[in-house]
Every structure is written in structure tokens, then in C-alpha cells.
Design a protein around this ligand. Structure first.
Ligand code: DGT
Ligand code: CA
Ligand code: ZN
Length: 567
């Protein structure tokens, strides 16, 4: 039994427990254990057999016993009980906005509603209104909600898809009939959301591989496999990577592609340096250049997957003008992270140690400012103490802890701390967290005022969007770029998969305008420091080069940049 199967079972237990109103600590424990198993480099089955499971951080005694049962018997009694209590269609009901687990269970137990279809029917027939807490108005809202779920494009974030894709690859590669396997499609192109997980497999025995694929546990995302003989692998990978627009651009360039022999792929890894588990996950995807031979056959330089969007990359390749893309190995530090001082879950010391372990040369601690009460924003006095603690701790050789703040941009564009306080900080990230509904004109003026502040180094997640949940603010981006280019203010590419803000296209516009970019994780835990590769992927999609990126600078250059006079 492979790690993916175990992790999926643990995730499912957590989801079902949560659904049935189980102990939140238990829910969290299962989720943590699932995550730990998913990222484990060694086989969990082996650990279970030798009784070493509890040595894995995140797996306690009780869960270790469950994992052992699962590994040894292929079944998990506890999970089967939970599944009995909650059929899959009942889980689906909570996709309807405003309909939580408790209501879903009520609908199931009282009315036998076990799917969106059944819910819609019951609402139409007026059978919901008599349930406790319901009524005709709520019934109508649910009906409208069902329609909204149907309209919603069913896509997931790259942050959800990439680890699943890596696990699917691991599963595939464990089978002897799999000669090569690679992820293709939008996941390989690092698109911010994806519809499915395309994989290409080279094999002489497609039936055996298909059977192996059928043994994958039910995944939160569909896997779309293409099985080909090894000599067609490179071409199939190229075609399945797309995008359709890129393939059209290539075709439009005039050459047909002849099938070729097994590609002599350059298997060198795209990134170097110390690696955390998540970096390993992403590296498996990133390092595959198995379709390089296709470009060679076309007489083109290799076009990295992130550029394959039909946005002029083929013409650029032909002219020898492809960008020298930023890569994870260029990143020297992180300039926007949180600690327990505001809404982070790791202490200052834990964040610093985690950043050092990742090989960073510097880390800027930028906790929230006073008006963001919901995130325990720091009063001037608490900020003063926090900065003092940062300065005391900063005693390493070859690693620098910088004192900063993520300062809220207030409604009128002034900042949440006075200038005297900002002047004492090494790094100031200014971000929008409120008044996100203002008009384009108001929002632009507001941001321009923040950019003009001489102490502001970085505008954090500039469009304040949350993918799938909150639309980007209205902004005259051209004027923002003009101002940033003039003042030397950098724009952030948030690496957090739920934000990825700037978008790829905005990042490309920014670099074309000569505006500096910075790729930050906005980590609220030590683990989230490892989200950097998602930001790098987004930057690569924006044609960004190392020279454009503030945190690709070594420490001396960074310190120079931070102390530059603002124009
Ligand atoms: P998505 O929507 O996140 O799944 O995005 P993709 O790009 O992964 O799209 P998908 O899964 O439908 O197809 C994977 C690749 O297969 C796509 O990038 C290019 C190729 N492909 C799919 N449909 C077409 C098509 O109609 N024409 C051409 N030329 N290629 C296609
Ligand atoms: Ca796809
Ligand atoms: Zn933040």
C-alpha cells in the first residue's frame, strides 16, 4: 500500500469526522497526520511494519494504530463506520453556499437528501421549509445556491493539484511496467487553477498500467492519463502539456512534427540547494524536460512549460529572445512572513530556524499592523518590543533576520503606523486588507498614495484577491506601474497558492515597465515557508528574470536596495 492511499484515507477520516461534528482537535490531528504521510520520503508501510510510525512528526499513538491496521489488512474499520454515517452525496451538499455540515446531516436524516439533485427536488417541492431553522426564504436561497454550484467552474488551485500530481507520479513509478511517467497539462504549466491532472506514461503494457491506475484511491481531482509506447513519449508529453494556444502557435510557425525516437532528455534538476519536502514534490514536476527533443526537432530552443500559453513565446524563441527565467535556486530569502506576534502559528525563533533550514540568507518578519485587529495587529508599543526581540535574536553568521511590518493601507491611502515608526524598520510591506469594494479611481489613488510613501518598500498582494473566493480589486494598473517604476517600489508576487497575486499577466506587465518584483510566501507557519515554488512558478509564467526579483539579490545588494532613496 503506497503513501498516497494512506494519506487519502486519513484525509477522508478528518473530513468525515469534521462533518459529523467530531472533536476539532481530533480532526486536526488526522489532517496533520495525512499531510505528514503525503510528504514522507520513505514508505509508510515499511515504517508501520517495523513499528516506527510514531517517530514521524505528526503521527501519534492512536493514528499509528489506525495506519497499521490499514497497511496490514487493507481496510480501516473506523473509516468504514464513518462512511456509513455520511454517504458521499451528503458531503456534496455543503458546496451550496451557506449550507453547512449540520444542515446537510439534518437534510439527510430527515428527508433522505443524499445528492445535489435530491436537494434541488426537495426544495422545488417545498419540503425543506418545515425543517427546524428553515423557512420559505431559506428554501429559495438554497435553490439559488444549487444553481450557483452548477455554474461554478470546477477547478482547483495548483496548491491542491501539484502534491496530488506528485503522489500520482510516485504511484505510477512504483509499477515495473511504467518506463517513464510525467505530469503534463496545466499542472506542468503551473497554471494557478487546473481542471484535472494530465499524466503521460511510457509503457509496453498499457493494460497493466491501466489496472494499476484503477487502484488509485478516489482523488479529489480527476487524473487523465495517456499511455504510449516509449518512442512516442516526448511527443505525447509535448502535446498533452499544451496549452492548446501554444500548440497552435507552434503549428502556425509552419513546421510539422515528425515522430521521433526516445528523447535524450536532460534530466538535470531545475533547482539546487537545500530542500524541504514540498520542494521535492514540486521538483519532481519541474525537472522533467523530457519533451526537449520536440523543440530540437522543430529547430527551436527549449520553451519551458510555464511559457507555453500562446503569448508570443514561439516568436520569442525563434528570435532568440526567450527570457532567462527565474528559478527556485535564485531565491535567497523571504521578505514577508508572520509570527505568533500577530496571526502566525510559529514563534519568531521557529520561523527563523525554518528559513535557515531552507537555505535562505535572510528573512523579513512582517507582522500585521494595529488596525487589523482580527489578526492581532501590533500596537506601536508591541511593535517596538517585537523589533527589539528580532534584533536580539539576529546573531547568525550568513543569515540575517530583518525587522519589518505588513502595514495596512487605510481607506485614504495613509498607512497604519506614523512615518517615525516606519523609518525604524528594515522592510515595510504595505497591503490592502479592507475597503476592497472602492471604485477603480478611489482604489488607484489610495494605492498611489501608499506607493509614494518614502518608507514603503513593497506593495503586498497588490490586487487583494483570494482565488475562487474574492475578486481582485479594481485598479488602473498602468498608473500603479508608472508610480512604482518612478519610486522604485516593488510589487509582490504572493506565493501562497490561494493568492498568487500578482497574476502571471500582471507580473509580465510589471517587468516590462521596469518595476521590481519580490516573491514572498506570506507564511503564517513554518511549513508555509515552503510555498515559495508556487510563487516562482507564477513569476516564470510572467516571463520574470532573476534581475527583476528583489529577493534574488544577495544580502549586501538587498541592504543597498532597502536603503535606496525613493524617487
Ligand atoms: P485545464 O483546463 O486546467 O485542464 O487545462 P489543460 O491545458 O491541462 O487542458 P486539458 O486537460 O483539456 O488538455 C491538456 C492538453 O491537451 C492541452 O493543454 C493541449 C491538449 N489539448 C486538449 N484539447 C485540445 C484541442 O482541442 N486542441 C489541441 N491542439 N490541443 C488540445
Ligand atoms: Ca488538464
Ligand atoms: Zn501577510
Amino acid at each position: 500500500m503506497d503513501n498516497l492511499t494512506v494519506a487519502e484515507a486519513l484525509y477522508e477520516v478528518a473530513d468525515l469526522l469534521e462533518f459529523t461534528g467530531g472533536d476539532p482537535f481530533k480532526v486536526r490531528a488526522y489532517r496533520k497526520a495525512a499531510e505528514a504521510v503525503g510528504l514522507l520520503p520513505e514508505q509508510v508501510a515499511g515504517l508501520a511494519r517495523s513499528g516506527r510510525l510514531t517517530r514521524v512528526p505528526g503521527i501519534g499513538k492512536a493514528i499509528a494504530a489506525k495506519v497499521t491496521e490499514l497497511v496490514e489488512t487493507g481496510r480501516l474499520g473506523y473509516l468504514e463506520e464513518l462512511r456509513q454515517a455520511v454517504p458521499p452525496g451528503v458531503l456534496d451538499l455543503t458546496r451550496v453556499p451557506g449550507l453547512g455540515a449540520r444542515t446537510a446531516m439534518l437534510l439527510y436524516q430527515r428527508l433522505g437528501v443524499d445528492s445535489l439533485e435530491a436537494l434541488e427536488l426537495a426544495a422545488r417541492e417545498g419540503r425543506l421549509r418545515d425543517l427546524p431553522g428553515m423557512g420559505p426564504r431559506r428554501e429559495a436561497a438554497i435553490l439559488e445556491g444549487v444553481a450557483r454550484v452548477r455554474r461554478r467552474p470546477d477547478r482547483v488551485s495548483i496548491g491542491t493539484a501539484a502534491p496530488i500530481a506528485a503522489a500520482v507520479l510516485q504511484h505510477l513509478r512504483s509499477h515495473p511496467a511504467v518506463l517513464r511517467a510525467a505530469v503534463a497539462g496545466s499542472v506542468r504549466r503551473r497554471q494557478e487553477t487546473v481542471a484535472d491532472i494530465d499524466v503521460v506514461v511510457a509503457t509496453r503494457d498499457p493494460a497493466a498500467v491501466q489496472a494499476h491506475l484503477d487502484r488509485l484511491p478516489p482523488l479529489p481531482r480527476a487524473v487523465d492519463p495517456v499511455l504510449v509506447p516509449p518512442e512516442e513519449f516526448a511527443l505525447a508529453l509535448f502535446e498533452r502539456t499544451g496549452s492548446a494556444a501554444h500548440l497552435a502557435e507552434v503549428a502556425g510557425a509552419g513546421q510539422g512534427i515528425a515522430p521521433m525516437g526516445a528523447a535524450e532528455a536532460d534530466q538535470s534538476s531545475a533547482s539546487e540547494g537545500p530542500a524541504g519536502p514540498l520542494r521535492d514534490v514540486l521538483d519532481t514536476l519541474e525537472s522533467d524536460v523530457a519533451d526537449a527533443a520536440v523543440y530540437q526537432a522543430l529547430g527551436l530552443p527549449y520553451i519551458p512549460p510555464e511559457l507555453r500559453e500562446g503569448r508570443g513565446e514561439v516568436a520569442a524563441a525563434r528570435a532568440g529572445r526567450l527570457p532567462r527565467l527565474i528559478a527556485l535556486k535564485h531565491i535567497r530569502g523571504d521578505l514577508h512572513v508572520h509570527t505568533t506576534a500577530s496571526d502566525g502559528t510559529a514563534t519568531l525563533a521557529e520561523m527563523a530556524e525554518a528559513a535557515r533550514a531552507l537555505g535562505h540568507r535572510y528573512l523579513a518578519v512582517c507582522d500585521h499592523s494595529q488596525s487589523l485587529a482580527i489578526a492581532r495587529g501590533l500596537s506601536p508599543e508591541r511593535l517596538r518590543q517585537h523589533v527589539a526581540a528580532i534584533r536580539r535574536l539576529d546573531q547568525w553568521e550568513g543569515f540575517r533576520l530583518l525587522a519589518g511590518a505588513e502595514v495596512d493601507i487605510l481607506r485614504d491611502g495613509t498607512l497604519d503606523y506614523p512615518d517615525e515608526i516606519l523609518a525604524g524598520l528594515d522592510v515595510v510591506v504595505a497591503s490592502l486588507h479592507s475597503h476592497l469594494q472602492l471604485s477603480e479611481a478611489e482604489q488607484t489613488e489610495r494605492l498611489l498614495r501608499a506607493i509614494a510613501n518614502p518608507h514603503v518598500d513593497i506593495i503586498g498582494h497588490p490586487f487583494a484577491r483570494v482565488i475562487g473566493r474574492r475578486e481582485p480589486i479594481a485598479l488602473d494598473f498602468e498608473r500603479i506601474l508608472e508610480a512604482c517604476a518612478r519610486t522604485g517600489t516593488a510589487l509582490e508576487i504572493s506565493a501562497s497558492p490561494s493568492r498568487l497575486d500578482l497574476s502571471d499577466q500582471h507580473a509580465r506587465l510589471a517587468r516590462a515597465a521596469g518595476v521590481k518584483l519580490v516573491i514572498n510566501t506570506d507564511a503564517h507557519s513554518a511549513r508555509e515557508l515552503e510555498l515559495m515554488p508556487y510563487g516562482v512558478g507564477q513569476a516564470r509564467r510572467g516571463w520574470v528574470e532573476p534581475e527583476d526579483v528583489v529577493n534574488a539579490m544577495g544580502l549586501p545588494d538587498l541592504l543597498d536596495w532597502l536603503s535606496r532613496p525613493k524617487g
